[in-house]
Ligand binder design. Sequence first.
Ligand SMILES: Nc1nc2c(c(=O)[nH]1)N[C@H]1C(S)=C(S)[C@@H](COP(=O)(O)OP(=O)(O)OC[C@H]3O[C@@H](n4cnc5c(=O)[nH]c(N)nc54)[C@H](O)[C@@H]3O)O[C@H]1N2
Ligand SMILES: Nc1nc2c(c(=O)[nH]1)N[C@H]1C(S)=C(S)[C@@H](COP(=O)(O)OP(=O)(O)OC[C@H]3O[C@@H](n4cnc5c(=O)[nH]c(N)nc54)[C@H](O)[C@@H]3O)O[C@H]1N2
Ligand code: SF4
Ligand SMILES: [Mo]
Length: 702
Amino acid sequence: MTNTHYRACHLCEAICGLVIETRDEKILSIKGDKNDPLSRGHICPKAVALQDIHEDADRLRQPVQKVTADDGSIHWQTISWEEALDKTAEALVNTINQHGVNAVGVYAGNPSVHNYGMMTHQGNLFRHIRTQNRFSATSVDQLPHHLTSMWLFGHKSLFPVPDIDHTHYFLMLGANPLASNGSLWTVPDVKKRIKALKARGGKLVVVDPRRTETAELASEHFFITPGTDALLLLGILNTLFAEGLVDPGHLAPFTTGLSEVEQAIAGFTAGFAATHTGINAEDIRRLARELASAEAGICYGRMGLSTQRYGGLCQWLIQLINIATGNLDKPGGSLFATPAVDAVATSGPGGFNRHQSRVRGLPEFDRELPAAALAEEITTPGQGQIRALFTAAGNPVLSTPNGRQLDDALEQLDFMVSLDPYINETTRHADIILPPTSPLEHDHYDLSFHLLAMRNTTRYNPPVFARPDGALHDWEIFSELGQRVAKGLGQEAQPAVPPEQIIDMGLQAGPWKDRGLSLDELRKHPSGIDLGPLQSQLPARLLTADKHIRCDTPEPLADLDRLRADFANAETGQLKLIGRRHVRSNNSWMHNYRRLVKGRDRCTLLMHPQDMQARNISDGSQVQVSSRVGEVAVIVQASDEMMPGVVSLPHGYGHNRQGTQTRIAQAHAGVSCNDLTDDHFLDDLCGNAAVNGVPVEVRPGQ
Ligand SMILES: Nc1nc2c(c(=O)[nH]1)N[C@H]1C(S)=C(S)[C@@H](COP(=O)(O)OP(=O)(O)OC[C@H]3O[C@@H](n4cnc5c(=O)[nH]c(N)nc54)[C@H](O)[C@@H]3O)O[C@H]1N2
Ligand SMILES: Nc1nc2c(c(=O)[nH]1)N[C@H]1C(S)=C(S)[C@@H](COP(=O)(O)OP(=O)(O)OC[C@H]3O[C@@H](n4cnc5c(=O)[nH]c(N)nc54)[C@H](O)[C@@H]3O)O[C@H]1N2
Ligand code: SF4
Ligand SMILES: [Mo]
């Protein structure tokens, strides 16, 4: 019998609604759900990968344990869940008893936020391991946004969301939604929305060192020297002040500190920005004027700004510009979403620098340390050294700076366990791998992404397939381990309330409870329920103590000194490496699906012909790319999409390592960009990795 299932795609932040047809255990088709009020039928080529993930022969279905033979050879032995959970808990408890809680390290990766059971239940385990050595992909990603939101709006997850459907002017920096489908901005079908913006006479301006797919669609594109965006944003803000264009509008009664900011940034003129960014001063002033005079406008920046040397300053300045132009909390500007289950209401506001990493003294954020410090915390002896590591849904060997160093460090651990469906570059170092059910075997609710969505909607999906006998969901694995570790440590375990019950309670207590929302109600609307466009809601939504926005944040203001000093003696002429995303790929783990990897090699170095000529490099040849920490050999592709002086390499490749079991990925191995990125090249303000703007050299291959 043919069945029709409605299901969100969980692979990226666009959370597209899908219609999946099945017959018995077979998937017949995966299509976009036209009735989904958010995605309106949109999908990208990755949606079909849900079937490939589900059916992948390399995906583990049973826990495995590493067995090393006398001759040193390694094989993975299937073990029962009971044994795997008991052994894992025992190793964690022993480590804690012998060396203290900080001897256990934890790394949580990106899919954790796309899988709501992991979010609701990781605390069931982690509350018993109160280690300071917690790490996640946040510090290779959106850390500056959390800090900005905490500083300005009183909560780490109150993110202003660009209201693209109603805006007239969009200044977009360091983001490529045509490839990424949007980030910290859930915006399915972004291409159509950009076209609509232009069709109604609006303007999209893209600032990016590469003329990206999004830039091609823009009304105007500016190349910018990587890592100089803070100067551009300061030049814009400075112009707004200098030309009397600052008008916070309805924010004025509860916004303070703008005049202190005005004084602090006085030297950072458009002229100063022009000398370093590559954008001329008059253009910078024009951008400021256009944004200020637009009926409603947006300033938004993403990975290219978040993961560079001044990510914290950049994200803070972006919000100051939105505030100063009166575009925050305004339809057509950037607004806060009102999710039906409001994770903001039920989570702590976040904290910063309350403790520091042991070896390098890097600041904590929200009880997590920068991922760039993970390797040294494993390899540096002393009290608090990490001896056992728990990774969940992460591949830090390919995702964090100086990945080779981490790759080596993981071998030094006494014990490692990974909650992951694959034996990949990271999990190959584990002693035990605990594979969860396939995504289609568990239910789904977007706990994170409704908070970031450009329209308020809500949707719940039951599982598409029943889980195989004995298989465990991610949340159950956390729960089971939590119980065992608690017992071993003589603590009380948390009861395992299924995630859907938590959602049901959240819906009934949430901001839309008057609409009668509950899990039962959502089950009646499989394509989701539309709750309408984003609404203006300040100052009520602010979580600052006095419901004010204080713009003169001490930390970023102090960081201006670093910026000033760095650019007073900035080196020029050095090639800079930036990243690149492609719509058929996703971070490090979607290269094992034939339909997605087919076609030409995507792990190539893009370089401007001028830079190639200067180095005697010919198109399509192999080149050596080197940085302070490493070197890779890769095929170069001549491209006038690149700003001269800038080269681009995607991340998430480098699959040709011994002992991994991802056969298709190995055949499309590529090289890891993070073998070049530097664990000491950070945004010193936040501790976030600067994977963009890394100084490199490129020379012809041997
Ligand atoms: N140079 C450079 N580095 C980057 C970036 C960049 O732009 N440039 N981007 C950064 C960003 S934005 C991010 S988010 C990080 C990502 O960094 P990570 O989160 O560390 O890496 P992923 O590649 O997302 O790996 C996800 C892992 O989760 C597993 N997995 C997938 N689904 C599930 C599931 O449902 N349950 C469990 N338990 N496991 C699952 C996969 O098998 C894989 O091992 O990379 C960062 N690194
Ligand atoms: N297809 C696909 N989709 C994805 C992902 C994926 O890997 N593949 N990953 C998902 C994840 S985890 C995330 S966080 C999002 C990221 O979403 P986005 O941030 O939209 O994605 P990126 O393609 O990394 O865009 C960053 C842009 O910044 C530019 N850039 C680099 N350095 C600089 C700089 O110094 N200044 C400026 N102005 N620009 C710079 C790059 O050229 C690039 O175009 O995408 C998500 N969606
Ligand atoms: S854009 Fe593609 S990967 Fe992202 S949610 Fe939609 S279908 Fe999935
Ligand atoms: Mo990310």
